[in-house]
Design a protein around this ligand. Structure first.
Ligand code: C5P
Length: 222
């Protein structure tokens, strides 16, 4: 199994002086936290996708966690959109990889059990499986002027996370469509494939704002 860890975003909303993956949480970069989590999940290959000017720095983070004791790690430069970064990571996984998980480095505290649930669903034959949690807020859809157009039933809603897992052929077909999306499942759904939502975890939050970073520090301490 291979994992694409996308860490090439700028992280503007975090307001730090460096790209998000290189911001520290309890003295360790988000990238290193994320890679430790991926290694703990017991994967064979990892593609680490970072901004072009940080490839060397990311290699220094990845190398001690990789082969010979850990998975094969390949660091590659990402693209302008998240979808481009995922495609760059996919392109460096070896031919042997048939199941791929795509994981946001920003979700650097994802427990190994979440990786296991996604992988188990793929091994049972799902073409795609992603973690999700029920939503606690009532969600509204609105028009461009802000007026409500609908209130979907909360029972049918999930807030989805990563790692998102797919059969490699399905994910590559989805990326070949050339469409961009905020998650990979959306590309796969657009092809008409069924994607299963498995149980996510509240610790798998996506660190986006300074408040998220503070929340993650509290989770780590707990
Ligand atoms: O921007 P967003 O919050 O959706 O980013 C989710 C993940 O995708 C982050 O881990 C970020 O580093 C990554 N990303 C990327 N390349 C981009 C944009 C985002 O690898 N061009």
């Amino acid at each position: 199994m291979g994992v694409v860890v996308v860490a090439a975003g700028s992280g503007r909303r975090l307001g730090a002086d460096r790209p998000k993956a290189f911001v520290e949480l309890a003295g360790v970069t988000l990238l290193e936290h994320a890679l430790r989590g991926v290694v703990a999940a017991g994967v064979d290959e990892v593609a680490v996708v970072v901004p072009l000017d940080l490839v060397t720095q990311a290699e220094a983070v990845a190398a001690p966690l990789g082969a010979p004791t850990g998975p094969t790690m390949t660091v590659v430069a990402g693209g302008a959109e998240r979808t481009d970064s995922v495609a760059a990571g996919l392109s460096v996984l070896s031919e042997r990889v048939h199941l791929v998980l795509v994981h946001d480095a920003a979700r650097c505290l994802t427990p190994a059990a979440v990786f296991d649930r996604v992988l188990a669903a793929l091994e049972r034959g799902a073409k795609g499986a992603i973690p999700g949690v029920p939503v606690v807020d009532t969600i509204k859809t609105v028009d461009p002027d802000g007026f409500i157009t609908g209130t979907p039933s909360r029972d049918s809603l999930r807030a989805v996370q990563t790692p998102q897992g797919f059969r490699r052929d399905v994910l590559e077909e989805a990326h070949a469509s050339g469409v961009s999306a905020t998650d990979d499942a959306a590309l796969v759904e657009a092809l008409g494939h069924r994607v299963l939502v498995v149980e996510g975890d509240h610790r798998s939050l996506k660190i986006t704002t300074p408040e998220d970073l503070a929340h993650a520090e509290r989770l780590l301490r707990a």
